[in-house]
Design a protein around this ligand. Structure first.
Ligand code: CA
Length: 437
């Protein structure tokens, strides 16, 4: 577990004025990673670090000779078109780079001119999926989501008895994971409409979102070696936003007995920026279970996990219909919640994933599962927000939504703020539904 150090000091001053703009997601205490290039140019993708409204170009920085030692090795690893090499270096290297960048960005730093020469405006950048993702696993860590969804699919038996013991997950698909800005056609598939005797193949009528976080694995583990929970977080590079688009009508027909398949694998959108666990350290909170829930088995329990294994990450979902976009309106907020309500922590997901000897690799992605909070306005999916379609959402301008319509755009946002710590954010994760092909 990473603890507070000089890089978290809320009093730090950066020589870049936009790093102090009110409400910025990217102050000097954050320093998240992405893969980017300048729009409209045939130039290579490379790693970058956000500061204010700029990106520190890691390829330019690595060749500038400003850094030294382990930080320079990490900057060189971050200079390529995917961040896997940086992820594989491990937490000491990420931490050395973070400290060196933090010091070089402070007012009065002798490296200011050299670093300023490596800046690219975010406004002129485009982003790519930040890692070569080998495997993607989606968990189910919100007990509120599991209960709400379970009520719709199995009214008499919503929460299955293994839920309190096993961090439930399934293996997802990597090829359809895209970065913010992804637009995809409405999926078609087999559904069994109410009252029908035989299924038919139609464009999904119940296209939904899932508000999730994505956890990028750093250093991997050898096949056969479980990662103990006390070391699990050392294998985590950082966290991004993740929208697990879901076709509920396809899901309802296909999910038994092996779980989601074509209802989930047509598109998954992640934010370009990965916020490191070190940056999130001030926003740790105790991991607590409701009274009456069984204690986790020993391999899923540790004093550090109990004391601070959860993160208070504020989450919000916005929806913008084509009519709202045409009228020049922004998105309407449809959900506000926090990651602190999750039933299993990042460390527990990783320890569980490897308990059987499964080997994780640098760049693997773990989805948290839909992060619904305890009340319905904190639900991270339309199927919950509308109680299975019975209560349509009322949008500004008089429109209603039950599920997503063609042209709808959805944005996820995440940020952390509390007294005594700098506000840090995850940027935005946008995706748009196109008509079925
Ligand atoms: Ca999911």
């Amino acid at each position: 577990m990473t603890f507070l150090n000089e890089t978290h000091d809320p009093q730090l001053r950066c020589w870049l004025p936009s790093a102090h703009a009110p409400g910025t997601d990217f102050p000097i205490q954050n320093l998240p990673f992405a893969v980017f290039r300048r729009q409209g140019r045939s130039e290579p993708w490379r790693g970058g670090v956000a500061i204010g409204d700029q990106i520190i170009d890691m390829a330019a920085l690595a060749s500038a000779g400003v850094l030294s030692g382990e930080a320079q090795v990490a900057a060189q690893a971050a200079a390529s078109d995917k961040l896997n090499a940086l992820m594989a270096l491990g937490h000491k290297a990420w931490s050395a780079l973070r400290l060196a960048l933090s010091r070089a960005l402070r007012e009065g730093a002798p490296q200011q001119a050299a670093l300023a020469a490596c800046l690219v405006p975010q406004a002129g950048a485009e982003y790519d999926v930040p890692a070569r993702i080998g495997d993607y696993t989606d968990f189910y860590t919100s007990v509120h989501h599991a209960t709400n969804i379970g009520k719709q699919f199995r009214p008499d038996n919503p929460l299955l008895p293994n839920y309190h013991w096993v961090p439930i997950g399934y293996h997802g698909r990597v090829s359809s994971i895209g970065v913010s800005g992804q637009a995809f056609p409405r999926p078609k598939g087999q559904t069994l409409p109410p009252g029908a005797q035989t299924p038919s193949v139609v464009p999904s009528k119940r296209l939904d979102i899932e508000l999730e976080l994505g956890i990028f694995v750093g250093e991997g583990n050898a096949q056969g070696d479980a990662v103990p929970i006390t070391e699990a977080e050392q294998h985590v590079f950082g966290i991004c936003l993740l929208n697990d688009w879901s076709a509920r009508d396809i899901q309802a027909w296909e999910y038994q007995p092996l779980g989601p398949f074509l209802s989930k694998n047509f598109a998954t959108t992640i934010s370009p920026w990965i916020v490191t666990l070190e940056a999130l350290a001030p926003h740790r909170v105790a991991f607590a279970r409701s009274e009456g829930d069984p204690a986790p088995l020993p391999y899923l329990d540790s004093p550090a996990n109990r004391a601070g294994g959860a993160f208070d990450i504020q989450l919000q979902v916005g929806l913008r219909t084509p009519r709202m976009a045409a009228a020049g309106q922004g998105d309407a907020s449809i959900c506000r919640t926090s990651y602190r309500h999750a039933h299993w922590t990042v460390a527990q997901m990783l320890a569980h994933h490897t308990v059987n000897g499964c080997n994780l690799q640098p760049g693997d992605l773990l989805g948290s599962g839909t992060l619904s909070g305890p009340t319905l306005d904190q639900a991270g999916a339309l199927i919950e927000l509308t109680t299975g379609g019975k209560n349509p959402l009322q949008l500004p301008g008089g429109e209603q939504r039950v599920y997503l319509e063609d042209g709808d755009a959805v944005v996820l946002r995440g940020w952390c703020e509390k007294p005594g710590a700098a506000r840090i954010g995850f940027g935005e994760c946008w995706g748009t539904v196109l008509p079925a092909r």
